[in-house]
Structure formats: structure tokens, C-alpha cells
Design a protein around this ligand. Structure first.
Ligand code: ZN
Ligand code: ZN
Length: 272
């Protein structure tokens, strides 16, 4: 399983020079298993991913699925700039895999996002065939790849994903507020994962006056990784006010608390 992080910033993209080491694009993760591609979230990182994907022949990547943790602005704002969606020879399946999904009509979300008041080209005029698939289940399988989702705590609701293939497992959990205990649904989903990408937007100290904002500290991400006994942890959804120097310092501190931990950078690639 190949995983590439195209966007690792939380809330809003940043482009100043002191943010370039970790990167400024909002959330977008590319996952490839054989000829199946899963794109998780369409933050501004999807623009660069789209340019890469546009170079590959349709026959090299026949199955492309898009899934979403949730639809807050920083997780969808790149979608209108996803180049392959303007290619009428391509086809994408936009999925909602959850019994408890708050938003079942995802088409409506993107239709609204691309209304002429907000964007010049409407959804129907993009060109590619966009199939909207609602699975009224927490599981979805395609070509021996299993996807499981779990709802977690975030204002408006959000989903964590577990993707399993070839005996390996990857879990993605962003925009989650654990509160004083750890969300059991996340711990269960992440149990024994080879790779966990978990948000850690704030520091432990910053969390004190950010109750109800829907996020975690990086120290909480480490605690989840320990409790769920995951092998490797990547911390993502960096606060747009945390520059490279600040994140470097937190990353150094994190390595005293967990063996295999890194802070996410745009274009980081992991193979499991
Ligand atoms: Zn977010
Ligand atoms: Zn959010």
C-alpha cells in the first residue's frame, strides 16, 4: 500500500516561506493498492495530486474513489481545482461509507460548493463522470481491499478510516476531539494498525482553552497510538500558526514519547 500526503495543514492553507518545510496545503491523502486509488479528503493538496493523476493513463488507474472525513471547508476546498475531474474520459466514485453519516447527499454538498455565486464552473460541467455512492454500512470492499469507517467526535460529525489490504492496515483519523478520555471508536479502529495518521493540531498547553473546537493535541495522538498499539504514527493537520521552527521543536519532543513518530509533511510518502 502506497500512501502519499498531499496536504497536511489544518483549517486554512499557508504559503509563507517559514511554513515550507512541513507544507501549507490542507488535507488530502493519496492511497494506492494495486490499480485502486483512494483519495481521502479534498483540501488544497488535491490540486497537486490532480496534476500527477492527470499524467497517468486512465487504464493505469481505472478505479478512483474519493472519501471524506467530513465536509468542513479545509477538507473540500481543493475539489474545484482537481484537474482530472475536468477530463470527460475519466470516472470517479465519490463515496460515503457509514451507517451514521450525517451527510448522505454528498452530491448536494459539491453542487452547492460550485454554485455560480462561489465558483464559475458548476459541478455538472466539470466533465468527468462522477458517481456518488452511499453505502449504508461501516464496511466497503473492492478488489480484496477492505475499508471500515467509524464516526468520531467533531462538531458536525466526522469519520475515521481503516484501509486493509495484503495483510497491512492504515488508519486515518483527523479532526477529532477526544476530551478527557480517548474515543473508544477510534481506539478500536486503530487497533494494531501498521500506520496511523492522526491529527495533532495543538500542543497539550494550547488545548486548555480550545475545548469544543474539535481537535487534539499531538500528545493525545501519541497516547492513541500507544493505547491502540500501532506500529507507526504520523501527526497531521498542523495549526496554520505553527511555523516550521515550532513544528520541528514539537517533533523532536514527540520522539521521546513514541518510537516511530513523525510530523506530516506535504508530499511525504510511506509504503506499508
Ligand atoms: Zn480540518
Ligand atoms: Zn473539521
Amino acid at each position: 500500500m502506497q500512501i502519499i500526503l498531499y496536504g497536511t495543514r489544518g483549517s486554512i492553507p499557508v504559503c509563507e516561506s517559514e511554513y515550507r518545510q512541513y507544507g501549507g496545503n490542507t488535507t488530502c491523502i493519496f492511497v494506492r493498492v494495486r490499480d485502486c486509488i483512494f483519495i481521502l479528503d479534498a483540501g488544497t493538496g488535491i490540486r497537486n495530486l490532480g496534476k500527477e493523476l492527470a499524467k497517468c493513463k486512465k487504464t493505469d488507474c481505472p478505479n478512483v474513489f474519493l472519501g471524506f472525513s467530513h465536509f468542513h471547508w479545509d477538507h473540500i476546498q481543493g475539489f474545484p481545482f482537481f484537474l482530472p475531474a475536468y477530463d470527460n474520459s475519466r470516472e470517479f466514485t465519490i463515496t460515503t461509507i457509514s451507517r451514521e453519516a450525517k451527510f448522505k447527499n454528498v452530491k448536494n454538498i459539491f453542487k452547492t460548493q460550485m454554485r455560480k455565486e462561489y465558483f464559475p464552473i458548476p459541478l455538472e460541467k466539470m466533465g468527468a463522470q462522477l458517481n456518488f455512492l452511499y453505502e449504508d454500512s461501516d464496511n466497503f470492499s473492492v478488489d480484496s481491499i477492505n475499508i471500515t469507517t467509524a464516526e468520531h467526535n467533531h462538531p458536525g460529525g466526522a469519520l475515521s478510516y481503516r484501509i486493509e489490504a495484503n495483510g497491512k492496515s492504515f488508519v486515518f483519523c483527523t479532526d477529532v476531539e477526544h476530551g478527557n478520555s480517548y474515543d473508544e471508536r477510534v481506539l478500536e479502529l486503530a487497533d494494531g494498525a501498521d500506520l496511523l495518521i492522526h491529527e495533532g493540531m495543538y500542543t497539550k498547553e494550547e488545548m486548555i482553552d480550545r475545548e469544543g473546537w474539535g481537535h487534539s493535541s499531538w500528545q493525545q495522538a501519541i497516547e492513541v497510538a500507544k493505547l491502540a498499539k500501532v506500529k507507526k504514527l504520523i501527526i497531521t493537520h498542523h495549526d496554520p500558526d505553527h511555523d516550521d521552527k515550532f513544528i520541528r521543536k514539537q517533533e523532536k519532543l514527540s520522539k521521546d514519547l513514541f518510537d516511530d513518530v513523525e510530523f506530516a509533511r506535504d508530499k511525504m510518502e510511506i509504503n506499508i
